[in-house]
Design a protein around this ligand. Sequence first.
Ligand code: GLU
Length: 490
Amino acid sequence: MKNQRGCPDMNEVRVRIAPSPSGFLHVGIARTAIYNWLFARHHKGVFILRIEDTDPSRSSPEMVEAIIESLKWLGLDRDEGPYYQSQRKELHQKYAQKLLETKKAYFCFCTPQELEEKRKKAKASKADWKYDRTCLKLSDAEKEKKIRKGEPRAIRLLVPSGKTEFDDLVYKHLEKENEDIDDLIIVRSDGRPTYNFACVVDDVEMRISHIIRGNDHISNTFKQILIYKAFELTPPKFAHIPLILGKDKAKVSKRHGAISVMEYKEQGFLREAFLNFLALLGWSPKDNREILSTEKMIELFSLEGVNPANPIFDPEKLEWMNGEYIRASDNEKLCDLVIPFLIKENLITDKTAKQKRERLLKFVSLFKERCKTLKDFAEKGKYFFAFDYRYEPKAVSEHFNSAEDVQRLNTFVQRLDQLERFEKEKIEQALRNLTDEMKIKPAPLIHTVRLAATGTSSGPPLFDILELLGREEVVKRIKKAVEFIKTKFN
Ligand code: GLU
């Protein structure tokens, strides 16, 4: 067999991701894209984007844009493309013509109705449907006549006898008897190539060396190998990767999070964490480590490390991993990532984000230990920016529980007023002095003050929070809490 057409060096790694723009880039395709990209970067090869948009009813420019945007967010930079399959129709037809000439393919004039009838009959007698080659048996004269009459015609591949086999880089040796494979249509009667045919022609033309895609394509691979053989070309290497399952072992669906990759961005996942998480859905490095920088993944990635068993998409693990990345992030970078989430919740504006950068940096460093997503900063830290004087009901019964709280908080406010500098150590000292004088433990007053100042019963260290809120705000909040407690005990 000849080498692939025009391929100067079969050792050059050239891979592609070939999404159909009929939907957003969901986690399944994203993971396939990641494996192709890691493989290309590891081997210093080429990563190509090809948009498989031959079905106009299932493609839209918005979807193409969304796919490109998602790949960009994931950081999967491409070396070539996007190529649009719909713009390569003539090339596909030229290739089909070659197969007609070498008699590896033939015209099929059967109408969809005729085929449907035959299919139904086969079904009724419980036989497997396979095209019965009616049109292969036509004489040249009969064919000529039909062509002259302008009868619509598709082109079918003539599947030879024998068997088709290949060594998959993940699933090892796979084979299938050709008698179980239909004479597939390669070009429809309207001139559009079918997926299997356009895919092979484009992979040949783009000199693809390795095809890495979901294992739901294994049955297509047998058909595609037959097409390569019909052209007397060596097929690329194939690596089929296991499909991602939800926790209930069903194929991952919208319900499991098979939503657009961009939604994960909106939910506050970090690009690097999401990439790391998806990469480990089916692949693991030899030492089984879990937190891997993008550079490390490029260094360690190999198709031998892909496990054929279906990985489970575990949203809690994704959150855990995101939390790890948040904690490890430098505050400046984290601050830039958190700001849009605070703006979205109307907690700050673009302008205040710039003016109060120092304060935001402190806020981020205080909360990063407790946040699993960027969105959490806006949720858990909301009281920093906008306090609605609503207190957690359960915490109210625990920490605003006596008329004495009023007196304690009032005295604490006086002490805060007297502080020379409103710094966490001084604030803490003031509180401890007060509890010593009152002969009570500090903890209950700490809880009461936290609830008064934040409306919550837990969070980052209290004295850091108070310092960051500032004296005026803290005093105001405590006074409001005093009013609230008074109404409770009157
Ligand atoms: N358009 C196909 C899909 O989205 C591409 C499969 C392939 O990689 O060959 O499933």
